[in-house]
Ligand binder design. Structure first.
Ligand SMILES: [Zn+2]
Length: 367
């Protein structure tokens, strides 16, 4: 009786449909229920986020103020994080050393984004003016940063845009654009809905009046919604200090927030807009199908949707493995690739684009 009740409850919870009077419920015989010792049945999957993270966070900094170099970079380096820097071309040239600074940021792996020529409100401007604002800053970045041959991300000044602006940006090869806030609770989810708004990604601004708990909770939201939180920041330091950008927050607030963010370890993927958006686009182009398995191996096939062009390099896959797989190896088309064991006996591996076969294999402990 107790079993029947639990089963009913389970069916109700899973299906969400109430049973009508007269419905026949078939309760499987004990022998038909899955047994605990049934052999392993792997379910390989493409990870939602790189390296099996539960959520993604992008740190973005607007306007190219000097504090991003002097205070931000040593801090980001400490955690090994790369950020997105929105550059306004006519503003940054007023500063001594701007060219070296841009080159250094690019060489260090930070994303350089277009934040327009004069920080003009694009929503209120003609197409011709917008083309000049985007195009001039675009050419400036490409001409002055050695090795940079494409800029992927546009950051709308004042978070303001209308839909035509992105089409103008697309003429220059832009793929992503960041706008401003929605309800704080919704940002992480909206940035990765079924049709992601890559033309106007949402972001949350760490305005100086907002309390630390609210800033820190953006990380919780990324994880709890398994989504993508984009933080929008400006100055690091005190208002009025030389070299400090608009609406700054004290350096110590950044330290506190980053300690909080880092405390989640591999559960959060911290990466620039371009990296997260590309991973999201790419991971949707693949399917994974189990081909064969036994207690000590699993073979899966990766298929790519037709007409898809590769433009990125790594996709993460995951598969629950039996507890006795203390050591394992992963082969991508026969070549060993990096993999990690996570709690819950999850094996996560990073697979180069173009791979068609993934093999996960238990290794004997004593070789
Ligand atoms: Zn700005």
């Amino acid at each position: 009786m107790r079993q029947t009740l639990s089963l009913l409850l389970l069916m109700f919870l899973l299906g969400g449909t109430a049973l009508a009077q007269g419905d026949i419920i078939v309760i499987p015989h004990k022998d038909q229920l899955p047994q605990a010792d049934e052999r392993w049945r792997p379910k390989p999957e493409i990870c939602r986020w790189y390296n099996g993270a539960e959520g993604a966070v992008s740190l973005t900094f607007d306007d190219g103020s000097l504090d991003h170099w002097e205070r931000g970079m040593p801090l980001w380096d400490k955690y090994g994080w790369k950020v997105t820097l929105g550059i306004v071309s006519t503003t940054i040239v007023k500063r001594k050393g701007w060219k070296e600074q841009l080159q250094q940021a690019f060489d260090d792996g930070h994303e350089i984004a277009n934040h327009s020529k004069t920080h003009l409100n694009m929503a209120e401007s003609s197409e011709e003016v917008v083309r000049d604002e985007i195009g001039t800053c675009h050419k400036f970045l490409i001409d002055n940063i050695e090795g940079l041959d494409q800029v992927d991300t546009l950051i709308y000044p004042y978070e303001q845009y209308h839909y035509g602006n992105f089409h103008t940006a697309a003429e220059f090869g832009y793929m992503f654009a960041r706008s401003g806030p929605q309800e704080r609770e919704d940002i992480a989810q909206r940035n990765c809905s079924a049709n992601p708004p890559l033309m106007h990604l949402y972001s949350w601004a760490n305005q100086d009046i907002l309390p630390m708990w609210m800033w820190n909770s953006t990380t919780d939201l990324a994880i709890s919604k398994q989504g993508w939180m984009i933080e929008q920041c400006h100055g690091i330091g005190e208002a009025g200090e030389p070299g400090v950008g608009w609406s700054p927050r004290p350096y110590d607030d950044f330290v506190e927030h980053y300690e909080y963010l880092a405390s989640f370890g591999d559960r959060v993927w911290v990466a620039p807009i371009r990296n997260v958006a590309r991973y999201m686009l790419e991971s949707r182009q693949f399917t994974m199908e189990l081909v064969d398995f036994d207690k000590d191996y699993m073979i899966a096939k990766i298929s790519q949707l037709p007409d898809y062009q590769n433009y990125w390099d790594v996709i993460s896959v995951q598969c629950a493995v039996p507890a006795d797989w203390e050591q394992a190896e992963v082969l991508a088309d026969g070549k060993p690739v990096s993999s990690v064991r996570r709690s819950g006996d999850m094996l996560i591996a990073n697979i180069p684009t173009g791979t068609t076969e993934v093999v996960m294999r238990k290794l004997n402990q004593k070789q």
